[in-house]
Ligand binder design. Structure first.
Ligand SMILES: Nc1nc2c(c(=O)[nH]1)N[C@H]1C(S)=C(S)[C@@H](COP(=O)(O)O)O[C@H]1N2
Ligand SMILES: [Mo]
Length: 347
């Protein structure tokens, strides 16, 4: 089941109501009774352990993080206009992104309990779903240093309610600042290991290849395993097309959108252009930029009658901004498109 709400709906609330939160699942939702659920922690640990949901909920401090979750496939549709993308991929617009208040236990607390051995460098997650093409659950890994950060969770709550089955109940990983695929849902096993996960979704899928590589020529051992998300921003309204007159009274067009900093950085500013990127003006941030969380922005631009290209770009505290053109980021799997977002409108 894959779902995404309209961009204007996502832009309506900083914390996305659960019914509007996007859903991306590579397999049917597994049916897992809470009292039968077990989390296994193994690999390079001093004390491999098995924990029930109750032990997780009662035995460790509760931690809540407001974080945006973004699929690596966000804005894939724009890339398809340049050249076709792998037909197996979902053609997301700006809808595969949402924000929630996540509640659970810190992954680091669980890892400390198990006792991480010095040779461990990666933390692997394995989901309890059954993906047909791999005959396995969806898995992936993050570097140990990331796993030990305070805000990386094993979450059982979302927006102050129990996590729903479609979002990974009884327990999911929540890795802020990383592509959504690393926030493994229905996580049943955590393995400390020397190297990254060999699961299909880490070793083959969710890899970034140069624009010269095609499905017919790809060597899956190459390519960069995606992890940290790049900075991004996009316009949620107006949508491309002819604006109704009531929206362009006296030639003023009201523009709204969303920006997300790269990785653990924070949005510094957002700029809007109404002349295809020749000149830029600062947009107003309507929410205070915060680590792990998208922020909202708006701007009013004066436009003469005719056709105009609106363009947005963001900057973050790490000094990152976005690539100018789709051709700069095109890759045959259509991952992590963060090029300047362009919307052509007629006034
Ligand atoms: N076990 C499992 N975890 C998973 C997935 C999945 O298919 N199976 N999809 C991943 C992907 S690609 C994304 S973008 C996020 C989506 O989380 P959501 O459905 O709660 O929005 O979950 C990730 N975790
Ligand atoms: Mo994803």
């Amino acid at each position: 089941m894959n779902l995404g709400a309209a961009a204007t709906q996502l832009r309506a609330a900083l914390v996305t109501p659960v019914p509007n939160f996007f859903v991306r699942s590579h397999a049917p939702v597994p049916v897992i009774a809470a009292d039968a659920y077990r989390l296994h922690v193994d690999g390079l640990v001093d004390q491999p352990c098995t924990l029930t949901l109750e032990e997780l909920q009662q035995g460790f401090p509760v931690h809540t993080v407001t974080a945006t979750l973004q699929c690596a496939g966000l804005r894939r549709r724009e890339l398809t206009a340049l050249e076709p993308i792998d037909a197996a991929e979902i053609v997301w617009d700006t809808d595969a992104i949402s924000t929630a208040r996540w509640t659970g236990v810190r992954l680091s607390d669980i890892l400390r309990r198990a006792g991480v051995q010095p040779a461990a460098a990666h933390v692997g997650f394995l989901g309890l779903d059954q993906v047909a093409k791999t005959q396995d659950g969806l898995g992936g890994s993050i570097p140990l240093a990331k796993a030990l950060e305070d805000d990386v969770l094993l979450a059982y709550g979302m927006n102050d309610a129990p996590l729903l089955p479609i979002h990974g109940s009884p327990l999911r990983a929540l890795v802020p600042g990383y592509i959504g695929a690393r926030s493994v849902k229905w996580v049943g096993r955590i393995t400390l290991q020397v190297a990254p996960s060999t699961n299909h979704f880490q070793a083959r899928a969710y890899k970034l290849f140069p624009s010269s590589v095609r499905a017919e020529t790809v060597n899956w051992d190459e390519g960069e395993m995606l992890g940290v998300l790049p900075i991004n921003s996009f316009i949620t309204s107006p949508q491309a097309g002819v604006l109704p007159t009531n929206e362009t009274r006296r030639g003023a067009v009201f523009v709204q959108g969303i920006a997300l900093a790269g990785g653990d950085a924070v949005i510094e500013r957002v700029e809007l252009s109404n002349d295809s990127g020749q000149s830029w003006t600062a947009a107003t941030l309507t929410s205070s930029p915060q680590q792990w969380m998208w922020c909202f922005w708006e701007a009013t631009c004066s436009l003469s009658p005719g056709s105009h290209e609106l363009v947005v770009r963001a900057f973050d505290t790490a000094g990152h901004t976005q690539p100018m053109h789709l051709a700069d980021v095109w890759n045959f799997k259509g991952y992590v498109n963060n090029a300047y977002h362009r919307v052509r409108i007629s006034v």
